[in-house]
Design a protein around this ligand. Structure first.
Ligand SMILES: Nc1nc2c(c(=O)[nH]1)N[C@H]1C(S)=C(S)[C@@H](COP(=O)(O)OP(=O)(O)OC[C@H]3O[C@@H](n4cnc5c(=O)[nH]c(N)nc54)[C@H](O)[C@@H]3O)O[C@H]1N2
Ligand SMILES: Nc1nc2c(c(=O)[nH]1)N[C@H]1C(S)=C(S)[C@@H](COP(=O)(O)OP(=O)(O)OC[C@H]3O[C@@H](n4cnc5c(=O)[nH]c(N)nc54)[C@H](O)[C@@H]3O)O[C@H]1N2
Ligand code: SF4
Ligand SMILES: [Mo]
Length: 698
């Protein structure tokens, strides 16, 4: 039996795997891991299904006369090396693009970033995390000088007095975590949920506010206005621990409750009740997820929620603070070690000369040879076929998950060369010139960093099928074909040892963490610098750094140790409804499918629970349209048209429809979404765009 972690979301639930008789593994409860204490959702429980050779790729494929045919690994890798080299020779290194994913282990993310910069010499690398928590990351960096999703362990949540959960449908997106909210209420704490839909999570709330999508910034400013006018600020905390209050206070005072009600649709008495609940107990938390973050003003919006915590002194002390619920399995670690356009390992900045010197030293290259920052994810995908001629993609399925997906699909089709490494033949892999079948989760060892900033060891439990190789092997082989024989080891632990050195002294310092420590402890929270006298970070030796479960208790990670207020003001979404497109579309998830669905749409049990796309709408909107339950509805935006059956419910605002984004084809939600980007984080506006609805004749 091997203790390990789930392949899917950022909760990284612990589970035990036992090799099964006919191949694959069986999953059993692992109660010693504190985050989920044995509980798993249906996705985690059924994850072994995908180990079956029947459901996944088992041999490399190369496109010949338009069709993908099986070839040897040698031939497939030669083709990838040729494709990338040709582009580099004909168009220069920046014409080669690399796209990664927040599901990749730390080792893979690190190796991919190094491969782009050292082997390809390209600046054009980014990843799907840009579509995920990048707005919260940007706001966290601005306010606190560090971006770690949660600055405290999940176990602190039930110990606070009030939680405002903004745009998170935890009950469906991290089901075992619902327990923390239940315990909060059992302990006498209160829960406020902010979501345009009365979700399964909102049903748990003491107070549910249902704002118009895209208006969270006004809502947060309105609450701050009330905090100030009711004299509920914590002046001592503001004075001792923060900077920039006066400007922020002035900005908030311009957002009157009645003005905020008009923008958000949330009645003033509910705003007052929220402030009362948040300020009554001594401690409180604000947790955000994709609802307020996936907006073209996501960074300012998260900044406004952080302002509320700072102004009331609910930050930088135990059982209080702001946190972001990161999404993907390694959403946290995947954004720390260099697959992001502007970043070097250890959360270092690519534009910082000292950071370049340090990392170039570890890599054994000249700092001047490292390229500068490249394009963000959507901009990179949008440049395919023009400035970027070849793409190596690992760990994402943008044909389904990118905004304005029909356009992005065309961009992918217009490339000179596309190589995709994946476990399954995703919709994006199906467009590739070369498909490389890689190992997954239970078939390989690696580390992930969960939503708490806890670094975990995900252990191998079974051997992969013949014909499948690891992502690290792919990068090793491609580097060798480009004449780089060293520096791309295939063994994950060797990569991790180098990552430790590369991250040493950086913001996300992993240098005191070893595989041995991770095996002995239930994960280690970063930052965890190596102690000088204990460079191997061996926990059994007394001087080892214990890791950092709780941040900011003494000081924030800014230069002066103070948290910075964000002087933000409200602005509308990029595409407001009008006469032609009068309805708002928002998008998100259902419990039984994961992301683009590339993995979970192959699992029978999950398909039975969530067989296909749908359009959730209010009975009043349905009546106006003349649509009944299950009728096909066309949702039309300026980007395109999608069709899916109606699901009629009073749980959604009458001015808004909701579609999950897990499916390709006719019901693909991202055919409709607006790629308007946040100016700081470059996050697309997945959570709000204007559409019109039409009935479809059967
Ligand atoms: N089952 C399942 N679980 C998952 C995933 C999955 O695909 N499937 N993906 C994982 C990943 S990568 C992520 S990022 C997380 C995401 O986890 P969540 O953020 O919980 O997921 P979403 O459904 O995208 O969005 C949450 C809620 O935001 C609401 N919302 C929409 N617009 C707005 C708005 O303008 N303001 C506010 N306040 N709320 C709004 C939606 O109605 C929705 O209920 O889930 C992780 N877990
Ligand atoms: N409309 C709308 N669109 C959204 C969102 C939304 O809320 N609304 N949410 C956005 C968010 S938060 C996210 S995170 C993105 C996610 O969207 P995607 O980036 O498409 O995420 P996945 O579907 O998880 O794709 C991961 C792919 O990598 C493969 N894979 C898994 N593990 C490995 C591995 O170890 N190596 C390799 N090489 N491949 C692997 C999987 O089989 C799958 O094909 O979608 C974004 N798109
Ligand atoms: S909640 Fe997330 S980590 Fe836990 S079993 Fe489900 S998908 Fe896996
Ligand atoms: Mo995500």
């Amino acid at each position: 039996m091997t203790p390990t972690h789930c392949p899917y979301c950022a909760l990284q639930c612990g589970m035990n795997l036992t090799p099964a008789a006919g191949g694959g593994v069986t999953v059993s409860e692992r109660v010693d891991f504190p985050v989920n204490r044995g509980a798993l959702c249906g996705k985690g429980r059924t994850a072994p299904a995908l180990l079956s050779p029947a459901l996944r790729l088992t041999e490399p494929l190369v496109r010949r006369d338009g069709v993908l045919v099986p070839v040897t690994w040698e031939e497939a890798l030669d083709r990838v090396a040729e494709g990338l080299t040709r582009t580099r020779t004909e168009h220069g290194p920046d014409a080669c693009g690399v796209f990664g994913g927040g599901g990749l282990t730390n080792e893979k993310a690190y190796a991919l970033g190094k491969f782009a910069r050292v082997v390809l010499g390209t600046s054009q690398i980014d990843y799907n995390g840009r579509f995920c928590m990048s707005s919260a990351a940007a706001a966290g960096n601005k306010a606190f000088g560090i971006d770690r999703g949660l600055p405290f362990p999940m176990e602190d949540i039930p110990k606070t007095g009030c939680v405002i959960l903004v745009g998170s449908n935890l009950a469906e997106t991290m089901p075992p975590a619902l327990r923390y909210l239940t315990e909060l209420k059992e302990n006498g704490g209160t829960l406020i949920v902010i979501d345009p839909r009365r979700t399964r999570t909102a049903e748990q709330a003491d107070l549910h506010l249902a704002p118009r999508p895209g208006t969270d910034l006004a809502l947060a400013l309105g609450l701050l206005h009330l905090v100030v006018s009711q004299g509920r600020t914590d002046e001592a905390f503001i004075e001792e621990r923060t900077s920039g209050w006066e400007e922020t206070r002035a900005a908030a005072m311009a957002h009157w409750p009645e003005y905020v009600e008009r923008i958000t649709g949330v009645p003033v008495p509910q705003l007052r009740e929220a402030v009362r609940m948040f300020c009554a107990p001594a401690n409180a938390m604000v947790l955000t997820a994709r609802g307020p973050e996936q907006q073209s003003k996501g960074t300012d919006t998260v900044g406004a929620w952080i302002n509320l915590c700072l102004a009331t002194g609910r930050s930088g002390r135990p059982y209080s603070g702001y946190g972001c619920l990161t999404g993907q399995g390694n959403g946290q670690g995947g954004r720390e070690h260099g697959q992001k356009a502007d970043q070097l390992p250890g959360y270092r900045k690519l534009t910082d000369p000292e950071a370049r010197r340090h990392v170039a030293g570890v890599w054994g290259v000249d700092p001047d040879s490292l390229p500068g920052p490249g394009l963000s994810a959507y901009e990179l995908l949008d440049a395919l076929g023009s400035d970027i001629r070849s793409l190596l993609l690992m760990g994402s399925n943008p044909v389904v998950s990118a905004p304005r997906a029909a356009h992005i699909q065309q961009r992918l089709e217009s490339l000179d060369f596309l190589a995709v490494a994946d476990v399954v033949l995703s919709e994006t892999a199906a467009l590739a010139d070369v498909v490389l079948p890689v190992t997954q989760w239970a078939e390989e060892t690696g580390t992930t960093t969960n939503l708490e900033g806890r670094v975990l060891l995900r252990r191998q439990a079974v051997s992969p099928p013949d014909g499948v190789r690891s992502d690290l092997y792919v990068l090793h082989q491609l580097a060798a074909r480009a004449g780089v024989e060293k520096g791309f080891p295939v063994e994950p632990e060797e990569v991790f040892e180098e990552l430790r050195r590369a991250s040493a002294g950086g913001i996300a310092d992993y240098s005191g963490i070893t595989y041995r420590r991770l095996a002995e402890e239930n994960g280690v929270f970063w930052p965890c610098p190596a102690q000088d006298d204990q460079p191997d970070g061996n926990r059994s030796q007394a001087a080892a750094h214990p890791g950092s479960p709780r941040l900011f208790l003494d000081r924030f990670a800014t230069e002066d140790g103070r948290a910075r207020f964000a002087p933000v003001t409200y602005r509308p979404i990029a595409e407001e409804p009008d006469a032609e497109y009068p309805v708002l579309l928002t998008t998100g998830r259902v419990v039984a499918q994961y992301q683009s669905g590339a993995q979970t749409r192959r699992v029978d049990e999950l398909n039975a629970a969530a067989p296909g796309p749908f359009v959730e709408l209010h009975p009043r909107l349905a009546a106006r349209l003349g649509a009944g339950e299950g009728d096909a509805i066309a949702v039309v935006s300026r980007r395109g048209r999608a069709v899916a059956p109606a699901r009629i419910t009073t749980a959604i605002r009458p001015d808004t429809v909701f579609m999950p984004f897990h499916w390709p084809g006719e019901g693909r939600a991202n055919t409709l979404t607006n790629p308007a980007l946040d100016p700081t984080s470059r996050m697309p506006e997945f959570k709000a765009c204007a559409v019109r609805l039409e009935t479809v004749l059967p």
